[in-house]
Design a protein around this ligand. Structure first.
Ligand code: 4NP
Length: 155
C-alpha cells in the first residue's frame, strides 16, 4: 500500500531546467519542514528532446548555490500512466498545460495545475532556456512552491 499523502509531478518541456528545479526545491522545502515522508516528488518533460540528459548545468549550479543537490536526475518524458499515479501534475507554463491535456487525453480528475496559479499573480515560470536568467526562474519556482505548500496547509 502507498503511504505517501501527496504524489506530485512537476512538468516542463525538456525536464532539464524548470521542472527539475521545482522537484529539488520542493524536496528541499518538505525536508526542512520535516514532512518529507508525506511526499513523493518527481519531474518529467512533455517532450523527449532531452531524454536521459542530466539537469542543465546552470540550473544545477543555481540549486547547488542554495545547498540543494540534483544528482541522479535524468530527463524523462511524461507517460500516460503518470496521470493515474500522481495526485497533482504541475506545469511550468501554459504550453505545458496544453501539451499535458493532449498527452493525458484531458484532465478528468482536475489534477493538472499551473505552478504559479497557486500564487496571487498567476503567470508562467520564467523560462531560462530563452532568457539565460536562472535567478528569475529560481525566484518564480521558489514562490510557486511556497504557495503550493501554503495551499496544502504546510506553511
Ligand atoms: P525546460 O527547458 O523545459 O525548463 O527543461 C528547456 C529545455 C530544452 C528545450 C527547451 C526548454 N529545448 O528546446 O530543447
Amino acid at each position: 500500500m502507498d503511504k505517501k499523502d501527496y504524489k506530485i509531478l512537476f512538468v516542463c518541456l525538456g525536464n532539464i531546467c524548470r521542472s527539475p528545479m521545482a522537484e529539488f526545491i520542493m524536496k528541499h522545502k518538505v525536508a526542512e519542514l520535516g514532512v518529507a515522508d508525506k511526499f513523493e516528488i518527481a519531474s518529467a518533460g512533455t517532450s523527449d528532446e532531452e531524454r536521459g540528459n542530466p539537469v542543465y548545468p546552470p540550473a544545477r549550479e543555481m540549486l547547488k548555490r542554495h545547498g540543494i543537490g540534483s544528482q541522479g536526475k535524468y530527463s524523462r518524458q511524461i507517460v500516460p500512466e503518470d496521470y493515474a499515479y500522481y495526485d497533482l501534475i504541475i506545469g511550468m507554463d501554459s504550453s505545458n498545460i496544453r501539451d499535458m491535456h493532449f498527452a493525458f487525453d484531458g484532465d478528468p480528475e482536475g489534477k493538472i495545475r499551473l505552478l504559479l496559479d497557486y500564487t496571487e499573480h498567476s503567470r508562467n515560470i520564467a523560462d531560462p532556456w530563452y532568457t539565460g536568467d536562472f535567478q528569475a526562474t529560481w525566484d518564480d519556482v521558489n514562490e510557486g512552491c511556497d504557495a503550493l505548500l501554503t495551499d496544502l496547509g504546510f506553511i
